[in-house]
Design a protein around this ligand. Structure first.
Ligand code: KG4
Ligand code: ZN
Length: 381
């Protein structure tokens, strides 16, 4: 089929991924090699191990993505790669490989911001479903292990532009899921396990209060209207509250018991965790998830109202959460807003989103310079 075929490469954290996307609207191949097994024993991503694993995986992953797409280095039109944000060593593996490949195959190279990628995961899939008329202004919530950011997104003549109107002041939402799971010995990453366990507990059992963090942007350049307020998040408090609950309710012994049992299961599945959770743990997990979901949704919807958004995009690893999806859909509908999520597969890190975000840049000839380097703290806006 005719079109522009972009090979995307993503290595910002603990997934080595490559994909081929046609003209920003058709997912042709999508390969993700997850390093979860490597990091699970440490309860989080170990940067040195991540870089080493990326080095091992990058060539087979890219080859498989091309093979699955029926493409070769010669028949793709461009190479897109994640420039940042992410772990410096991990980013460098993907970026160095993409640069060398672009040079050797004489193809243009396009640098993509990982967060922009998450936003384009939704747009890619909607275009693939035939939906091309999403209304502006769009408000995108990117909730992942490293970010909880709100962006207003617009497609202008000279490309996509983003405006950051809120973000977490401390931990990201996904990070809170991971830390609470670690506290309760529920493995890594915590999000998918908590998602699975939550329906088995009482979400109203433990009360977690959240602060409203609305304030005027101190930078006058960011303030388009005098009354506009930033909508920030904070998730380190809930982690501390969960820890306090554990201590006050004498849960240490059951946590230790679970650790002992699960140590003997090589790759525990969510069902294994469920089999070793008492009611108190399930109630805590369900209440934690309810509180985070409620906070994410109420702040995002309040931002949507304040900034007059017509469309809501919810993306990043946390967008895979079942309760978040169901509640968002219900609440956004009540507010008269259309809300779009990526499929679960494209919610978490992948390279299809990188190839999709690169397409508008390809059309505008925005190619990376030879001196392109990885940027661990790259900002989107
Ligand atoms: O986007 P992502 O794959 O990587 C980053 O860019 O960080 O997001 C990973 C994060 C992890 O914190 C993980 O626990 C969380 O997304 N996550 C979830 C779910 N699946 C992944 N959080 C809640 N519910 C889920 N189903
Ligand atoms: Zn991500």
């Amino acid at each position: 089929m005719r079109g522009i075929y972009i090979l995307g490469i993503e290595s910002s954290c603990d997934e080595t991924a490559a994909a081929v996307v046609r003209s920003g609207e058709e997912l042709v191949s999508d390969v993700v090699f997850s390093q979860i097994a490597t990091h699970q024993a440490y309860g989080g991503v170990v940067p040195e191990l991540a870089s080493r694993e990326h080095l091992r995986a990058i060539i087979p992953v890219v080859r498989k993505a091309l093979e699955d797409a029926g493409k070769t280095y010669e028949t793709i039109d461009a190479i897109a790669v994640t420039q940042g944000p992410g772990l410096a060593g991990s980013l460098l593996v993907g970026l160095s490989f993409a640069k060398s490949l672009a040079y050797a195959a004489n193809k243009p190279l396009i640098a993509v911001n990982h967060l922009e990628g998450h936003i384009h995961a939704v747009l890619l899939e909607e275009r693939q479903k035939g939906k091309v008329d999403l209304e502006f202004p769009m408000l995108a919530l990117v909730a992942s292990g490293g970010h909880t950011h709100l962006y207003l997104a617009e497609n202008r003549e000279n490309g996509w532009v983003y405006r950051n109107i809120g973000q977490t002041r401390d931990d990201a939402a996904g990070e809170a899921f991971d830390k609470v799971a670690k506290l309760l010995e529920l493995g890594y990453p915590g999000g998918p396990t908590i998602d699975f366990l939550a329906p088995h507990g009482n979400p109203n059992a433990v009360k977690f209060p959240f602060a409203q963090i609305k304030h005027r942007d101190r930078n006058p350049e960011n303030r388009h209207q005098p009354e506009e307020q930033r909508v920030d998040f904070s998730y380190s408090g809930i982690k501390t509250a969960a820890l306090r609950y554990v201590e006050l309710n004498g849960m240490r012994a059951t946590i230790e018991q679970r650790r002992e049992v699960l140590r003997n299961i090589p790759r525990p599945e969510p069902e294994d965790y469920l089999a070793h959770c008492d009611k108190q743990t399930l109630d805590l997990v369900a209440s934690f998830q309810r509180a985070v979901v409620h906070d994410l949704i109420s702040k995002t919807l309040s931002a949507a109202e304040q900034y007059g958004a017509s469309t809501l995009l919810v993306t990043g690893g946390v967008a895979a959460n079942s309760e978040l999806r169901a509640t968002f859909e219900r609440e956004a509908y009540l507010q008269g807003l259309a809300v779009y999520f990526p499929s679960r597969k494209l919610s978490t890190d992948n390279a299809a989103m990188i190839a999709a975000a690169a397409y508008p840049r390809f059309l505008q000839g925005k190619f990376a310079a030879a001196e392109l380097s990885a940027e661990a703290s790259l900002r989107l806006a």
